[in-house]
Design a protein around this ligand. Structure first.
Ligand code: AMP
Ligand code: ZN
Length: 111
């Protein structure tokens, strides 16, 4: 997608701090971190949200999250995975992404 900032990140047209990459998935540090570790995990191929994303792609993203958690060293202490889907959830970038939040004791609330 031409005007999508995350597509531009995948293509290297906008700089990012890469955390993980494979054939289908790219992960990079969030520019405005909500915790000491805040990584965004995205499919390289553009989709808007979880509703128009194939389950195979979602599975590949979660395989990547598993690897990232172990590689970055926060698998044992725990972490949170978040997906914002649509307006009421506050989705601001319309390229499907999962947030990994880690590196501190997180609050109990989800809203
Ligand atoms: P969401 O509210 O779920 O759509 O989250 C979008 C996330 O993308 C936010 O946490 C932003 O801080 C992050 N973000 C936006 N632009 C960039 C960028 N150029 N590099 C890294 N993270 C970004
Ligand atoms: Zn995109």
């Amino acid at each position: 997608m031409e005007d999508c900032i995350f597509c531009k990140i995948v293509k290297g047209k906008i700089p990012s701090t890469k955390v993980y990459e494979d054939e289908n998935v790219y992960a990079f540090k969030d520019i405005n971190p909500a915790a000491p570790i805040h990584v965004l995990v995205i499919p390289k191929e553009h989709t808007t949200n979880i509703l128009d994303t194939k389950s195979e792609t979602i599975a590949k993203i979660f395989e990547a999250i598993n690897k990232i958690a172990k590689k970055e060293g926060f698998a044992k202490e725990g972490f949170r995975v978040i997906n914002n889907c649509g307006e009421n959830a506050g989705q601001t970038v319309m390229h499907m992404h999962f947030h990994i939040i880690a590196g501190k004791k997180l609050g109990e609330g989800i809203v």
